[in-house]
Design a protein around this ligand. Sequence first.
Ligand code: NAD
Length: 489
Amino acid sequence: MIQAASAIINGKAVSGDGPEVALLNPTTEEKLTGFAEAGADLVDQAAQAARAAFRDGRWRNKSVEERQKVLRRIADALEARTDELAEIETSNTGIPITQTRGRHVGRAAHNFRFFADYIGQTAGQLYDQAPEHLTFVRRQPVGVAALIAPWNAPIALGSMKIAAAIAFGNSCVMKPSEIAPLSIQRIVEIIHEAGLPEGVVNLVNGRGATTGDALVRHPETNVVSFTGGTVTGRTILATAGSLLKPGVMELGGKSANIIFDSADYERALDGALLGIFTNNGQQCLAGSRILVQKSIADRFIEEFVARAQRLKIGSPFDTSTNLGPVITANQRDRVLGFVDIATAGGGKLLTGGRKAPGFEKGYFVEPTVVLAADPRAKVCQEEIFGPFATILTFETPDEAFAIANDSSFGLVSYVWTEDHYLALRAQEELEAGVVWINTPMMRELRAPFSGWKDSGVGAQSGRDCEAFYTNQKTVTMSRHPLNLPKLGK
Ligand code: NAD
């Protein structure tokens, strides 16, 4: 296991003198490692290092071809270390190794390759309508990006932020979650081994209210890219706004997964299970509110529950495991606390709802399914963030859309139907930044990923990241010597 550092500044691990933060293995509850939190002084050193790297142009002034070469080398290096990174991630988060090894590291490599390709195709605008002037618009990097990541998919989400920020020539300071910082720390080391100049990507480790807040407020950070909870996002955007720093916020969700009776039944059932139980249920985009049409509801619910009961709970290092532990004891207690909330709100517990039996150690939670009585009930409205599915039934498409939209969140929606007119109507009606039709999850980096309502502000995609991580500059030139009024002559 790697040794956690307080920070990586100019490519070197640095120790801080802040309070000790211990990192636990959620499977064994044993201490993995720990670090002294980076305080305001280390945040300042990291931000100054990023600024110095930006100012002297060691990265932003490289040709696009040179930047592409480094980004692709990083992608190759990440792939070459798939096993190592997956093991770190699984130890620190409890996400099954089949998922960290099979998808998360590959996604990280893809993030760097995607932005390498993207920057080879960007273009400015030219306006030549004015007879005497030619105006062109170019984009230049914003400077230093503050990047703040959550614990639920650090490799995939953290790498996206770093790749997007640096591809356009920026420097950055990344702050991973204090609960699961190890994989991102290793990625930052690998990035340097792959040849990125020192100082372009820096890292600080610590808690949100201290290290994270200092990073958002630091005068040398120009923009803030945040992924995490809605309450945190509100705080960060308020701070960033008071300093006139743009922020992109990817926040929580309570996404509706609508199963119409016109669905390919088996595929919809598979998709519904994947939608809520992948990543141990800890996904912003989890299909956590399953809406089933009444005509198929009895059969669907019975089979969904039976399949949930058969999920293999176990060590996330075992390749046959479907469900590992949730991230912390607090998270386990929070998730289980929703059982009482559900029943108090008229819901019926169909399965689960306990610590998984047979595990003396580890934050294992049984796959839990609740049939809710009222779409307004708390269990249908709040993000639970664990292996906890809430099911509701509906009669008509209108009712399904109304229930789906009756939420403060609007991250993604899933729709299962073979009726393409109904699918088209659904994507029209649903209030969500992403609608997945007959697919459990597909992250197309070319297209925006954006939460509506309390699920976010701003978007991420090739174009959205270009807009976010660059400033526009409008340049106007006269086409020929102008006949100017000669004031004072
Ligand atoms: P969190 O909001 O508790 O923490 C996220 C990050 O913000 C951490 O690094 C934390 O240290 C930092 N932070 C906390 N307070 C801060 C402050 N005042 N200033 C600066 N930084 C601060 O979220 P989490 O528990 O780590 O992650 C789970 C949440 O993330 C869920 O709500 C989930 O839906 C959301 N999420 C959203 C997306 C998305 O793309 N929309 C993706 C993954 C996770």
